[in-house]
Design a protein around this ligand. Structure first.
Ligand SMILES: *[C@@H]1O[C@H](CO)[C@@H](O)[C@H](O)[C@H]1NC(C)=O
Ligand SMILES: *[C@@H]1O[C@H](CO)[C@@H](O)[C@H](O)[C@H]1NC(C)=O
Ligand SMILES: *[C@@H]1O[C@H](CO)[C@@H](O)[C@H](O)[C@H]1NC(C)=O
Length: 245
């Protein structure tokens, strides 16, 4: 595959959704974790340790780390080979079927990871050929409402209490790294990167980003370091304590 490879959605995001669960300490808001590609729900050195970090920081929190497939092996394989729309569908079913989550939850998603660079054409957004991208991309163009306008996406995004986007300042997996904050190349020009608020996605408010921001619910964090090089302190202080408690 030819470089440059461009990945959107490779962001660490945190979102609190639905309802207003009790916040008086009697019942913690549950947390859903969505692992990145090549990883799986329960690896003790990655998602397992994030789960534990959340449980230790906010005791009593129910944490559901999504396993997308009947087994750990399937979970990992799906990350590589499944259609992204199917993965999203599987995640929705898991969430819907978990009775602990019916009153709302916080969610933290990790980038789809390094392996994107080798396989995931689904995430390919070619700035030099916007028309082809719109026609062919089965996921991004759709989810970004670039072909037709699906009002459900916007409605759903606007149900979030907060959307926190985390950019890694020395990221070399996510290209351009600004896409973690919804920035992207100007159409047809890979030398110019537009900030989120200079993109049509934002100015036309196709998916609700503008409204989220204007209602104070869109947050931008940056971390010095390469892709997902995030410290426990950052996760605890800037994410868990701030948004999950
Ligand atoms: C905490 O909030 C829940 C839900 O609003 C309520 O049922 C419960 O009585 C509250 N507990 C205390 C100690 O305030
Ligand atoms: C875009 O956002 C930045 C940061 O909040 C702000 O300084 C700038 O004025 C905004 N630009 C536009 C065109 O709204
Ligand atoms: C978000 O909204 C605020 C207030 O409306 C504005 O000042 C800021 O520039 C916006 N941020 C971006 C990135 O556009």
């Amino acid at each position: 595959m030819n470089p440059p490879r461009i990945i959107l959605l490779s962001l660490l995001l945190v979102a609190a959704v639905q309802g207003s669960p009790p916040r008086n300490g009697t019942k913690q808001v549950p947390v859903v974790i969505w692992h990145g590609m090549g990883d799986c729900c329960c690896n003790p050195i990655s998602m397992g340790s994030v789960k534990k970090l959340i449980e230790d920081t906010n005791p009593g929190t129910y944490v559901h780390s999504l396993k997308l497939g009947a087994s750990i092996t399937k979970d990992i394989e799906h990350g590589f080979f499944a259609n992204v729309n199917e993965l999203v569908y599987m995640a929705c079913i898991k969430i819907k079927n978990d009775p602990e989550l019916v009153n709302g939850y916080n969610a933290i998603g990790f980038s789809q990871g390094a392996q994107f660079l080798v396989v995931q054409a689904q995430y390919w957004h070619d700035p030099k050929n916007v028309q082809e991208y719109k026609e062919r991309s089965i996921f991004l163009a759709d989810i970004n409402n670039e072909n037709k306008n699906n009002p459900t996406y916007k409605r759903n995004l606007l149900q979030l209490k907060n959307l926190v986007l985390i950019k890694f300042n020395q990221d070399h997996m996510v290209v351009p790294k600004e896409s973690s904050w919804f920035g992207f190349y100007k159409d047809g020009d890979i030398d110019t990167i537009l900030a989120m608020n200079e993109t049509d996605l934002y100015t036309q408010d196709r998916i609700g980003l503008r409204k989220l921001n204007e209602s104070g619910r869109l947050h931008f964090l940056s971390v010095d370091g390469d892709h997902l090089q995030v410290s426990r302190e950052f996760l605890v202080d800037k994410i868990i304590k701030k948004y999950f408690m």
